[in-house]
Design a protein around this ligand. Structure first.
Ligand SMILES: [Zn+2]
Length: 312
Protein backbone atom coordinates (compact mmCIF):
# COMPACT_ATOMS: atom_id res chain seq x y z
CA UNK A 1 0.00 0.00 0.00
CA UNK A 2 1.26 3.49 -0.81
CA UNK A 3 2.81 5.69 1.88
CA UNK A 4 1.96 9.32 2.57
CA UNK A 5 5.59 9.92 3.43
CA UNK A 6 8.82 7.99 3.00
CA UNK A 7 11.92 8.99 5.00
CA UNK A 8 14.67 7.61 2.84
CA UNK A 9 17.98 6.02 3.80
CA UNK A 10 18.57 7.41 7.30
CA UNK A 11 20.29 5.65 10.19
CA UNK A 12 17.28 4.57 12.25
CA UNK A 13 17.84 4.29 15.99
CA UNK A 14 15.33 2.37 18.09
CA UNK A 15 15.55 1.57 21.80
CA UNK A 16 17.56 -1.55 21.04
CA UNK A 17 19.06 -1.23 17.57
CA UNK A 18 20.34 1.00 14.81
CA UNK A 19 20.22 0.25 11.08
CA UNK A 20 19.96 2.03 7.75
CA UNK A 21 16.51 1.78 6.16
CA UNK A 22 13.54 3.67 4.75
CA UNK A 23 10.59 4.54 7.01
CA UNK A 24 7.11 4.50 5.48
CA UNK A 25 4.44 6.67 7.13
CA UNK A 26 0.72 6.25 6.60
CA UNK A 27 -2.00 8.30 8.35
CA UNK A 28 0.58 9.80 10.69
CA UNK A 29 1.87 6.44 11.89
CA UNK A 30 4.95 4.37 11.01
CA UNK A 31 3.63 1.67 8.67
CA UNK A 32 6.83 0.01 7.52
CA UNK A 33 10.61 -0.17 7.63
CA UNK A 34 12.58 -1.54 4.75
CA UNK A 35 14.97 -1.03 1.90
CA UNK A 36 13.77 0.53 -1.36
CA UNK A 37 10.19 1.24 -0.23
CA UNK A 38 7.92 2.39 -3.06
CA UNK A 39 7.84 6.15 -3.60
CA UNK A 40 5.63 8.01 -1.12
CA UNK A 41 3.37 10.98 -1.78
CA UNK A 42 6.08 12.98 -0.02
CA UNK A 43 9.73 12.04 0.38
CA UNK A 44 12.48 13.11 2.77
CA UNK A 45 16.07 12.30 1.89
CA UNK A 46 17.66 11.32 5.22
CA UNK A 47 20.86 9.77 3.88
CA UNK A 48 23.71 10.55 6.26
CA UNK A 49 21.25 11.59 8.98
CA UNK A 50 19.89 9.92 12.11
CA UNK A 51 16.19 9.06 12.33
CA UNK A 52 15.06 8.94 15.96
CA UNK A 53 11.79 8.79 17.88
CA UNK A 54 10.68 12.19 19.21
CA UNK A 55 12.52 13.09 22.40
CA UNK A 56 10.89 13.87 25.73
CA UNK A 57 12.45 16.74 27.68
CA UNK A 58 11.31 16.01 31.22
CA UNK A 59 12.70 19.17 32.80
CA UNK A 60 11.85 22.61 31.43
CA UNK A 61 11.08 25.99 32.99
CA UNK A 62 9.11 28.15 30.57
CA UNK A 63 7.43 31.51 31.15
CA UNK A 64 8.77 31.59 34.70
CA UNK A 65 9.30 34.74 36.76
CA UNK A 66 11.64 34.18 39.69
CA UNK A 67 11.34 37.67 41.11
CA UNK A 68 13.90 39.65 39.15
CA UNK A 69 15.04 36.87 36.83
CA UNK A 70 12.75 35.76 34.04
CA UNK A 71 13.16 32.77 31.74
CA UNK A 72 14.10 33.84 28.22
CA UNK A 73 11.62 31.37 26.72
CA UNK A 74 7.88 31.07 27.03
CA UNK A 75 5.80 28.16 25.77
CA UNK A 76 5.83 29.55 22.23
CA UNK A 77 9.56 30.02 21.77
CA UNK A 78 10.65 27.20 24.08
CA UNK A 79 8.58 24.54 22.36
CA UNK A 80 9.61 25.82 18.91
CA UNK A 81 13.23 25.31 19.96
CA UNK A 82 12.33 21.90 21.34
CA UNK A 83 10.73 20.83 18.05
CA UNK A 84 13.79 22.02 16.09
CA UNK A 85 15.93 19.81 18.32
CA UNK A 86 13.77 16.73 17.86
CA UNK A 87 11.91 17.03 21.17
CA UNK A 88 8.21 16.30 20.71
CA UNK A 89 7.09 16.35 24.36
CA UNK A 90 8.14 18.55 27.27
CA UNK A 91 7.29 18.36 30.96
CA UNK A 92 7.35 21.83 32.46
CA UNK A 93 7.40 22.72 36.15
CA UNK A 94 4.23 24.46 37.36
CA UNK A 95 5.39 26.46 40.34
CA UNK A 96 3.02 26.74 43.30
CA UNK A 97 2.72 30.28 44.66
CA UNK A 98 2.42 31.06 48.38
CA UNK A 99 -1.01 29.96 49.58
CA UNK A 100 -1.93 28.64 46.14
CA UNK A 101 -3.77 25.32 45.84
CA UNK A 102 -2.29 22.62 43.61
CA UNK A 103 -5.35 22.74 41.34
CA UNK A 104 -4.90 26.52 40.92
CA UNK A 105 -1.18 26.00 40.23
CA UNK A 106 -2.00 23.67 37.34
CA UNK A 107 -4.71 26.04 36.10
CA UNK A 108 -2.27 28.97 36.07
CA UNK A 109 0.35 27.00 34.12
CA UNK A 110 -2.24 25.71 31.67
CA UNK A 111 -3.07 29.31 30.77
CA UNK A 112 0.62 29.96 29.96
CA UNK A 113 0.79 26.93 27.66
CA UNK A 114 -2.62 26.81 26.02
CA UNK A 115 -2.60 27.65 22.33
CA UNK A 116 1.13 28.45 22.38
CA UNK A 117 2.93 25.10 22.50
CA UNK A 118 4.27 23.55 19.30
CA UNK A 119 4.81 20.14 20.93
CA UNK A 120 2.95 18.01 23.48
CA UNK A 121 3.38 19.06 27.07
CA UNK A 122 2.71 17.94 30.61
CA UNK A 123 3.34 19.45 34.04
CA UNK A 124 5.13 18.55 37.24
CA UNK A 125 4.15 20.59 40.29
CA UNK A 126 6.76 22.45 42.34
CA UNK A 127 5.65 22.48 45.96
CA UNK A 128 6.75 25.68 47.66
CA UNK A 129 4.14 26.06 50.39
CA UNK A 130 3.38 22.74 52.07
CA UNK A 131 0.52 22.82 54.58
CA UNK A 132 -1.79 20.03 55.80
CA UNK A 133 -4.33 21.26 53.27
CA UNK A 134 -1.86 20.94 50.37
CA UNK A 135 -0.72 17.49 51.52
CA UNK A 136 -4.38 16.46 51.60
CA UNK A 137 -4.76 17.67 48.01
CA UNK A 138 -2.04 15.35 46.67
CA UNK A 139 -4.21 12.23 46.00
CA UNK A 140 -6.78 14.24 44.01
CA UNK A 141 -4.18 16.02 41.90
CA UNK A 142 -2.45 12.69 41.18
CA UNK A 143 -5.85 11.31 40.19
CA UNK A 144 -6.27 14.28 37.85
CA UNK A 145 -3.10 13.25 35.97
CA UNK A 146 -0.25 15.00 37.78
CA UNK A 147 1.76 12.25 39.51
CA UNK A 148 5.04 14.14 39.79
CA UNK A 149 6.09 16.76 42.35
CA UNK A 150 9.27 18.72 42.82
CA UNK A 151 10.79 20.12 45.97
CA UNK A 152 14.04 21.95 46.66
CA UNK A 153 16.41 21.29 49.55
CA UNK A 154 17.89 24.79 49.23
CA UNK A 155 16.55 27.51 51.49
CA UNK A 156 15.57 30.01 48.75
CA UNK A 157 12.91 27.73 47.32
CA UNK A 158 12.88 24.91 49.85
CA UNK A 159 10.19 23.65 52.19
CA UNK A 160 12.42 22.28 55.00
CA UNK A 161 13.36 18.70 55.70
CA UNK A 162 10.32 17.75 57.77
CA UNK A 163 7.93 18.95 55.05
CA UNK A 164 10.06 17.08 52.51
CA UNK A 165 9.56 13.88 54.49
CA UNK A 166 5.82 14.50 54.68
CA UNK A 167 5.65 15.13 50.93
CA UNK A 168 7.61 11.93 50.24
CA UNK A 169 5.24 9.93 52.44
CA UNK A 170 2.10 11.47 50.92
CA UNK A 171 3.46 10.91 47.40
CA UNK A 172 4.21 7.28 48.18
CA UNK A 173 0.64 6.76 49.43
CA UNK A 174 -0.76 8.42 46.30
CA UNK A 175 1.55 6.52 43.92
CA UNK A 176 3.44 9.65 42.88
CA UNK A 177 7.13 10.41 42.42
CA UNK A 178 9.03 13.29 44.04
CA UNK A 179 11.73 15.15 42.09
CA UNK A 180 14.30 16.83 44.29
CA UNK A 181 16.82 19.61 43.70
CA UNK A 182 19.65 18.47 45.97
CA UNK A 183 22.09 20.93 47.51
CA UNK A 184 22.93 21.51 51.17
CA UNK A 185 22.08 25.12 52.11
CA UNK A 186 24.40 25.27 55.13
CA UNK A 187 27.40 24.30 53.00
CA UNK A 188 26.38 26.86 50.36
CA UNK A 189 26.03 29.56 53.05
CA UNK A 190 29.49 28.87 54.43
CA UNK A 191 31.05 29.04 50.97
CA UNK A 192 29.18 32.25 50.17
CA UNK A 193 30.25 33.98 53.39
CA UNK A 194 33.89 32.98 52.85
CA UNK A 195 33.79 34.34 49.32
CA UNK A 196 32.21 37.64 50.33
CA UNK A 197 34.77 38.01 53.13
CA UNK A 198 37.66 37.48 50.71
CA UNK A 199 36.18 39.57 47.90
CA UNK A 200 35.83 36.71 45.42
CA UNK A 201 32.68 38.15 43.88
CA UNK A 202 33.30 37.84 40.14
CA UNK A 203 31.39 35.10 38.27
CA UNK A 204 34.78 33.46 37.57
CA UNK A 205 34.61 32.08 41.15
CA UNK A 206 31.02 30.87 40.82
CA UNK A 207 31.70 27.12 41.04
CA UNK A 208 33.30 27.60 44.49
CA UNK A 209 30.06 29.03 45.83
CA UNK A 210 28.19 25.75 45.33
CA UNK A 211 30.60 22.90 46.18
CA UNK A 212 30.03 19.45 44.73
CA UNK A 213 30.01 17.97 48.23
CA UNK A 214 26.92 20.06 49.04
CA UNK A 215 25.12 18.34 46.16
CA UNK A 216 26.38 14.88 47.09
CA UNK A 217 25.38 15.29 50.75
CA UNK A 218 21.85 16.41 49.91
CA UNK A 219 21.48 13.61 47.37
CA UNK A 220 22.44 11.00 49.98
CA UNK A 221 20.11 12.59 52.54
CA UNK A 222 17.15 12.71 50.19
CA UNK A 223 17.73 9.08 49.24
CA UNK A 224 17.80 8.18 52.96
CA UNK A 225 14.53 10.08 53.47
CA UNK A 226 12.93 8.28 50.53
CA UNK A 227 14.10 4.94 51.88
CA UNK A 228 12.77 5.87 55.32
CA UNK A 229 9.21 6.26 54.03
CA UNK A 230 9.53 3.83 51.11
CA UNK A 231 8.99 6.61 48.56
CA UNK A 232 10.03 6.81 44.91
CA UNK A 233 12.38 9.70 44.29
CA UNK A 234 13.98 11.32 41.24
CA UNK A 235 17.11 13.45 41.59
CA UNK A 236 17.04 16.34 39.11
CA UNK A 237 19.97 17.84 37.18
CA UNK A 238 22.79 15.84 38.76
CA UNK A 239 26.19 17.36 38.06
CA UNK A 240 28.85 15.60 40.16
CA UNK A 241 30.47 12.26 40.80
CA UNK A 242 29.44 12.13 44.48
CA UNK A 243 25.75 12.40 43.56
CA UNK A 244 26.14 9.75 40.87
CA UNK A 245 27.81 7.43 43.41
CA UNK A 246 24.91 7.96 45.82
CA UNK A 247 22.26 7.10 43.22
CA UNK A 248 24.19 4.09 41.95
CA UNK A 249 24.67 2.67 45.46
CA UNK A 250 21.02 3.23 46.37
CA UNK A 251 19.74 1.58 43.19
CA UNK A 252 21.99 -1.40 43.94
CA UNK A 253 20.28 -1.89 47.29
CA UNK A 254 16.84 -1.64 45.71
CA UNK A 255 15.81 1.95 46.49
CA UNK A 256 13.40 3.36 43.91
CA UNK A 257 15.61 6.27 42.87
CA UNK A 258 16.15 7.72 39.40
CA UNK A 259 18.72 10.24 38.22
CA UNK A 260 18.72 13.04 35.65
CA UNK A 261 21.52 15.16 34.26
CA UNK A 262 21.67 18.11 31.84
CA UNK A 263 23.41 18.66 28.50
CA UNK A 264 25.54 21.49 29.94
CA UNK A 265 27.15 19.15 32.47
CA UNK A 266 27.84 16.61 29.73
CA UNK A 267 29.37 19.18 27.39
CA UNK A 268 30.98 21.89 29.54
CA UNK A 269 33.20 22.06 32.62
CA UNK A 270 33.87 24.76 35.22
CA UNK A 271 36.74 26.14 33.09
CA UNK A 272 33.96 28.00 31.28
CA UNK A 273 33.88 30.36 34.28
CA UNK A 274 37.56 31.31 33.84
CA UNK A 275 36.94 34.34 31.54
CA UNK A 276 34.89 35.91 34.35
CA UNK A 277 32.31 38.69 33.98
CA UNK A 278 29.47 38.33 31.55
CA UNK A 279 31.10 35.42 29.67
CA UNK A 280 31.12 33.37 32.88
CA UNK A 281 27.66 34.59 33.87
CA UNK A 282 26.21 33.08 30.67
CA UNK A 283 26.82 29.56 31.98
CA UNK A 284 25.79 30.11 35.59
CA UNK A 285 23.20 27.73 36.97
CA UNK A 286 22.56 25.60 40.02
CA UNK A 287 24.34 23.32 40.48
CA UNK A 288 27.31 24.91 38.67
CA UNK A 289 29.48 23.39 35.96
CA UNK A 290 31.89 20.89 37.51
CA UNK A 291 35.34 19.40 36.91
CA UNK A 292 36.34 16.91 34.22
CA UNK A 293 36.14 13.80 36.48
CA UNK A 294 32.53 14.73 37.32
CA UNK A 295 31.71 14.99 33.64
CA UNK A 296 33.29 11.60 32.97
CA UNK A 297 31.29 10.08 35.84
CA UNK A 298 28.04 11.40 34.33
CA UNK A 299 28.79 9.90 30.93
CA UNK A 300 29.75 6.57 32.53
CA UNK A 301 26.56 6.57 34.59
CA UNK A 302 24.40 7.24 31.53
CA UNK A 303 26.09 4.42 29.63
CA UNK A 304 25.65 2.04 32.56
CA UNK A 305 22.01 3.02 33.12
CA UNK A 306 22.74 4.42 36.58
CA UNK A 307 21.28 7.73 35.34
CA UNK A 308 18.15 7.47 33.24
CA UNK A 309 17.28 10.88 31.80
CA UNK A 310 18.69 14.08 30.34
CA UNK A 311 16.60 17.21 30.83
CA UNK A 312 17.47 20.63 29.51
ZN1 LIG B 1 14.28 22.78 37.55
Amino acid sequence: MAHDLVIRGGLIATATDSFVADVGIRNGLIASFGEHLDPGTAEVDARGLHVLPGGVDVHTHLDLDLGGARTADDFESGTAAAACGGITTICDYAWQGKGQSLADTIAAWSVKARGRAHVDYGFHIILSDVTDERIAEIPAIVGAGYPSFKVFTIREFGIGDEALLRVLRAARRAGAIVNVHCENSEMLDLAEKDMIATGRLDPRFYAESRPARAEAEATRRVIDYAEHVDAEVYIVHMSCEGAVDAVRAARKRGVRVWGETRPIYLGLTSERYDPGGLEAAKVIGAPPLRALPDQAALWDALRAGDLQTIGS
